[in-house]
Design a protein around this ligand. Structure first.
Ligand code: SF4
Length: 200
């Protein structure tokens, strides 16, 4: 499968997830605090190269691939390169490429995983739990009522069906972004360059 087709397939998965997380947010009132970015400041978030293929491809066609690769190589902080802190003091900030954020970024806060006993648990942040207790409880009740809420396993399986190798190598987020860039640059090292994408 070509890089472009993989990128489009990943974006279809993201678009489907967006519908589900928006529905959960609308039905519970649960939402990220404006300008928060706390979850992005966790060092070495685990991610797969495939979920960052759309980001790597967009940088490539904008001619930023080499520059970003150098930044990634020299970045030793472990915090996502894309994150743009506003005030380091109160740990706020935002994603520098929100439209191209990874699957982990879209799932965290609004999806379930299974605990050691196999029970579904909402994976969300302490801020939502403490500052939006009713909304959080509404989401927990949906899980108890077996209502459909996005799950980590289900969405990473969808990525596996696009490219098993790139979807199953979990690594620190900046390494995943770098691998995605390498994949795109290698692909076009001996193929015709893609045309710029029409603005969506
Ligand atoms: S890609 Fe964006 S949303 Fe994801 S961790 Fe980095 S800054 Fe945060």
């Amino acid at each position: 499968m070509s890089i472009i087709r993989k990128v489009k397939a990943v974006e279809r998965v993201f678009a489907h997830l967006e519908i589900e997380t928006k529905a959960l947010s609308a039905s519970t009132g649960m939402r990220c605090l404006t300008g928060c970015g706390r979850c992005c400041m966790k060092p070495d978030i685990e991610a797969s190269p495939l979920e960052f293929l759309p980001l790597a491809f967009s940088w490539f066609i904008e001619g930023k691939a080499e520059e970003k690769l150098n930044e990634l190589t020299s970045n030793s902080s472990g915090i996502c390169l894309v994150f743009q802190p506003v005030h380091l003091s109160d740990r706020s900030g935002s994603c520098g490429d929100y439209a191209y954020r990874g699957l982990i970024c879209r799932l965290f806060g609004y999806a379930t995983s299974r605990d050691k006993n196999g029970a579904r648990k909402l994976v969300t942040c302490n801020l939502i739990k403490t500052e939006q207790p009713e909304a959080y409880q509404a989401a927990v009740d949906k899980i108890s009522n077996n209502e459909k809420i996005p799950s980590f396993i289900n969405y990473y399986q969808k990525l596996s069906q696009i490219d098993f190798r790139l979807a199953n190598q979990m690594m620190p987020i900046n390494a995943a972004i770098r691998e995605a860039l390498h994949e795109v640059m290698k692909h076009y090292s001996y193929r015709r360059l893609p045309r710029k994408r029409k603005a969506s």
